[in-house]
Each structure stands twice: as C-alpha cells, then as structure tokens.
Design a protein around this ligand. Structure first.
Ligand code: NAP
Length: 328
C-alpha cells in the first residue's frame, strides 16, 4: 500500500522509522514538511530522507509544497501529521478534503480537523467511498477508537471518563508525590519535555476538552463543539488541596467526562480514591468506557511520544488496508 506523509516532526518521523524498520508492506511515495516536499511513485528512500532532514532542516525540494504532494503524488492513504490548529483546523483540513476528493483514504493525528469538522469530513469520505481514521488524536498509543468502533460493536456506550492529558497528569502526580507547588511541577514538566513552552492548552484543560469532543462525536454523533464543554484546568490547584486529598487516601486528577443521559460534558479536577482505575501515574493516559453489555472497561497507556503515536497511525493504515481489501 502506498502512503504519503505530511509533517516530519516527532510523529511523522516515528511513522517513517516504523515503516522503514518493520516489514509492514507500506511504501512512502510522497512526503512534505513546512518548507519542501518530494515524491517518488516507486518509493522514497527513508533513511536518506531522515538524514537529509536532520542535516539541512528540510526533507525535499523547496519548489514542491504539501499541497503538491496531496494533489499529485501517487498514494492510497494520506497520513496527515502537521501541527494542530484548534481554532481553524487549517491547513490540515484543506489537505484532508483534497485527499478525500481525489479518492484517497486519510489517517491523521491532528485534533483540529476532527474536533471542528468531524461530521463534514465523514460525510465527504462516505461520498467518495474512502475512510478517514484518527485513532492517534486521543490517548496516543491507546487503541480507544478501535475499541469503541469494533471491539465494543453492538454495545450502548453510557459514559466515558478519561485522563486525556499527560502533561496535567505528570504535574498532579509530582505535586502529590513530592509536595511541589503547581509552578515547581510545571517547571519540572518543561524540563522533562512533557510541557510545551506555552502550556496554556494543556493546563487549562482545553487539550483534554478537545479530545473529549472527538470521543463524544465518535460515540454519540451529536456534533458537540468545544464551547459545549464545561472546562476547569489545574492551574489554580494548590499543594494544600492535594495534601487534604492525601489525608483521605485520595488524590486529584484532571478528568474528562461525558455522560449524555445526565447532560454532563466536562473537564475538571476530581478527587479520586488512590486505588481508582483512572489514577495512573506520570504522563500516562487512561480511559474508562461504561457500556450496557460489556460493563466497564479501562484502557491505560502512553498518551504521546513519537513511536507510540506512530503505532496508532500504523494501526489505522493497516486497518484500512484490511477492510478495503475485503471490499468494505
Ligand atoms: N507528538 C505527539 O506525541 C503527538 C501525540 C498525539 C497527537 N499529536 C499530533 O500530531 C501532529 C504532529 O505532531 P508532532 O509532535 O509531530 O508535531 P511537530 O513535531 O511540531 O511536527 C510538525 C511537522 O509538520 C510540518 N508542517 C508544519 N506546517 C506544515 C505545512 N503547512 N505543510 C506540511 N508540513 C507542515 C513541520 O514542518 P517543519 O519540520 O518544516 O517544521 C513538522 O515537520 C500534531 O497535530 C499533534 O497535535 C502529536
């Protein structure tokens, strides 16, 4: 199967390394970063291109753009892994629309297009008889979309609760374990490479809320928006609040929850018993799905990382290959 990749950051490089290092039957025929692009219908030499990117900062020919790759390269699946713009979803949404209109499948880790335009993109994909999959947008390596859409097929999902932001979880874990203040723990998260230079989206709960929107629309098809989510971040939490929770054998976690029957769509710090399944440590993510037949299922795993996120993307690509080979 032929793939074209837009974006050569942590995730794009992770995908390239896995395609190169494992025998997956995938050939990269198009590739672009913000400054350049390259295409070869017989397959791009991955090691060479990774070395070139590292050496000179761009991957291909500066006269070839990402749009050229989407419109002209010979591929079956577009892997869209450019930065998330949560306000407009661009330029990723435009790339995705163009790829679908050419009759190509799309796999993305980009939250912007899915949180903002889920229904429209799904309907465009149906019209062109292709798939758009986005496992990597929520929970990194955790196969939550596969679990919801396939493993739990036939179940009614009653509620979903999750730790969807590893940066917040790391900060809360460190505040509780070492008695650090919020600012000290944030500084440590930055030093460890978990927090961005501007951590606003993470610590104010917006990133978790965007992922909750994606999960809710996947499960219940209600077309909810970020504005529908009631959001409280962790940036006002004090060491005293965590100490008080500790005294009750509890701790505090930033929980994203959707319970449609009770009208709940919320991200907020919650006090949980220390032995609660969602109380995971460090930068891990965890998601509990409550269903009518299967009962309660909790998935735990790495919510970010180059190889981990690439794992979710590869899973989507191989799923598309399998289902379309069967003529679905
Ligand atoms: N990192 C994770 O663990 C993780 C986990 C889940 C989801 N995600 C999502 O996955 C996506 C990629 O994440 P990342 O960490 O790999 O980001 P990143 O390291 O910032 O890399 C982004 C890449 O996209 C390229 N790019 C930017 N604008 C472009 C454009 N207009 N056309 C083509 N390429 C463009 C950049 O080019 P240059 O190299 O030229 O700058 C860079 O190679 C984001 O949407 C992120 O939210 C990331």
């Amino acid at each position: 199967m032929k793939i074209a990749i837009l974006g050569m950051g942590a995730v794009g490089r992770g995908v390239l390394e896995l395609v190169d290092g494992k025998d997956l039957g995938l050939t990269v025929t198009g590739l672009a970063d913000s400054k350049s692009g390259l295409m070869d219908k017989d397959g791009i030499h991955i090691e060479e291109v990774l070395a070139a990117k590292q050496e000179r900062g761009y991957c291909g020919d500066k006269s070839i753009s990402a749009t050229d790759i989407v419109e002209q390269a010979d591929y079956d699946v577009l892997i869209e892994v450019t930065p998330t713009d949560a306000k407009t979803g661009e330029p990723a949404t435009g790339f995705i629309r163009k790829a679908i209109a050419r009759g190509n499948h799309v796999v993305t880790s980009n939250k912007g297009p899915i949180a903002l335009h889920y229904a429209a993109l799904q309907s465009l994909a149906r019209k062109h008889r292709v798939s758009i999959r986005y496992e990597a947008t929520v929970g990194g390596a955790i196969p939550v979309m596969h679990t919801l859409q396939h493993g739990l097929a036939g179940n009614r999902v009653l509620a979903i609760f999750g730790i969807l932001n590893g940066t917040c979880n790391f900060i809360l874990t460190r505040m509780a374990a070492e008695g650090l203040t919020y600012d000290q723990a944030l500084l440590e998260a930055r030093e460890m490479g978990y927090a961005e230079a501007d951590p606003t989206y993470d610590v104010k709960g917006i990133d978790a809320a965007i992922k909750l929107v994606i999960l809710s629309n996947t499960i219940w098809k209600r077309n909810v928006k970020l504005d529908d989510v009631e959001i409280t971040g962790i940036d006002m939490l004090t060491t005293d609040a965590l100490r008080l929770a500790e005294e009750q054998h509890c701790t505090i976690r930033l929980i994203a929850e959707a319970v449609p029957d009770r009208g709940v769509l919320r991200v907020a710090p919650r006090v949980l018993p220390k032995n609660h399944p969602l109380v995971v440590e460090g930068s891990l993510n965890a998601i509990t799905i409550e269903t009518d037949m299967a009962g309660e299922i909790t998935l735990i795993g790495k919510g970010a990382g180059s190889r981990e996120t690439a794992s979710a993307i590869i899973g989507d690509v191989l799923f598309i290959r399998e289902t379309h080979a069967r003529g679905h």
